[in-house]
Write a protein that binds this ligand. Structure first.
Ligand code: PA5
Length: 419
């Protein structure tokens, strides 16, 4: 992975030490070094209790940090490899989405993950109840039909023990949106056939490069310093990924960035944040790019490129009547075209001189490189949280709506009781 910054700034002092210190209490930093034996044991146990080959559909019931990570990884890898099993995601209370996801699944031969760190998320438990009721109505055995991934000691774990099922834990000091490299992300990916060790290897390489004076240390410190120092001016960060297969990765980045950095500062009443936007090239060249090039100078841009696409299909050497002038792209491979488009966007933006830009290039899409990207963005988020003086790991802002919903549900229940 290469990260070229087209801006310069003196790194803020003391931040690296603060991040080093965070490692004592924040659990995600340790995930790349974990021993995956407990997950391999889980897989073995799973195979002993289920007809593994017959299972073609694996469904995740979860939301936010409990679904976006595995979704991003599976989506990226699906573009380059065929998987024997499909991963499905129930992330919404939208009835149409629940039904259509369920319709895609052969439920008698499916395995379901219920992933919730807290174990009490309304969306997740509501959908779980629905799926459970459908299975029961069809008299499908529930034995070892579910894997629950939650905090040790949560009510969901206690519930899981009421039936034959699998239970895995998210380490207590690993927050939801930083949990993709814990059992929350790794267990479903392992069942689907993803090489989870290579994901961790990629993450570990970035971790090593950052904490052991590699090139990532200087780059990330500079990038974070630049973003934090200019956060009032350039308060929108766009991640412009030139591959459709990274669309859910940008969703994951938006959640990580938004929920971690949009906060009231510690010991102050200032509200701060950097607005994350996920863009996909070349689609968004015909959309959002105009706003970057000529709109308010409030956006920084990271272009994410893939050096080698495995697919080498070409634009056919065909001359079309009246469209002879467009023969200039004949014979070009689409993978070269998309990268020429990315490079042209980069050059056009650099020409403006007042749009901060950097490029990340990965060699190709595979487990190792996705692991690198994940850990790179987690570290960048932690650095920014320190520099912007916020608590990166909580999310008090989403609690208000949850409390109001709870009141509404209590009121609704009361009304139904008396009707
Ligand atoms: O990052 C977070 O903590 C949140 O986005 C959570 O992942 C999300 O709210 C789901 O919570 P839970 O995993 O407890 O169901």
């Amino acid at each position: 992975m290469k990260n070229s910054l087209y801006f310069n700034i003196k790194v803020e002092e003391g931040i690296f030490e603060k991040i080093q210190n965070e490692q004592k209490t924040i659990g995600y930093y340790a995930l790349p070094d974990q021993d995956i034996r407990h997950l391999e044991d889980y897989l073995e146990d799973f195979k002993a209790k289920n007809d593994f080959d017959a299972i073609k559909d694996i469904a995740i019931i979860g939301i936010g940090g409990s679904s976006l990570g595995p979704k991003a990884i599976f989506r990226a890898l699906k573009g380059i490899r065929d998987f024997d099993k499909k991963l499905h995601f129930f992330e919404s209370t939208d009835p149409a989405s629940i039904r259509s996801t369920l319709n895609k699944i052969d439920i008698a031969n499916a395995h379901f993950f219920v992933i919730s760190k807290s174990g009490s998320t309304i969306e997740t438990i509501s959908v779980y109840k629905y799926v459970l009721a459908v299975l029961q109505a069809k008299e499908i055995s529930l034995d070892y039909r579910f894997t629950f991934v939650t905090d040790d000691g949560s009510k969901l774990e206690a519930h899981a023990k009421s039936m034959p099922s699998f239970v895995l834990h998210i380490p207590v000091n690993v927050g939801g949106r930083f949990s993709v490299l814990s059992a929350a992300g790794l267990a479903p990916l392992l069942l689907a056939g993803v090489d989870i060790q290579r994901l961790l290897d990629g993450a570990r390489e970035i971790k090593k490069s950052f904490f052991e004076d590699g090139y990532i240390k200087e780059t990330l410190l500079k990038k974070a310093t630049y973003y934090a120092k200019n956060s009032m001016h350039y308060n929108v960060n766009t991640l412009f990924a030139y591959s459709e297969s990274l669309d859910y990765f940008t969703d994951w980045y938006v959640q990580l960035w938004g929920e971690s950095l949009g906060k009231k500062q510690k010991q102050s009443s200032f509200n701060v944040g950097l607005t994350p936007i996920g863009l996909i090239g070349p689609k968004d060249q015909h959309s959002f790019l105009q706003l970057i090039v000529e709109g308010l100078r409030d956006k920084s841009v990271t272009v994410l490129k893939i050096e080698n696409f495995d697919d080498k299909i070409k634009i056919p050497d065909i001359t079309l009547p009246e469209l002879e002038s467009l023969d200039l792209m004949n014979g070009i491979a689409f993978c070269d075209l998309i990268n020429m488009q990315a490079d042209s966007t980069i050059e056009a933006l650099l020409d403006k001189k007042d749009i901060p830009i950097d490029t990340i290039t990965i060699k190709h899409i595979d487990e190792e490189n996705i692991g690198k990207l994940i850990f790179y963005y987690e570290l960048l988020t932690s650095l920014l949280g320190q520099m912007m003086n916020v608590n990166t790991y909580d999310q008090p802002g989403v609690e208000d709506g949850k409390k109001i919903l709870e009141k509404k549900l209590i009121e609704e229940k009361r009304k139904r009781k008396y009707n």
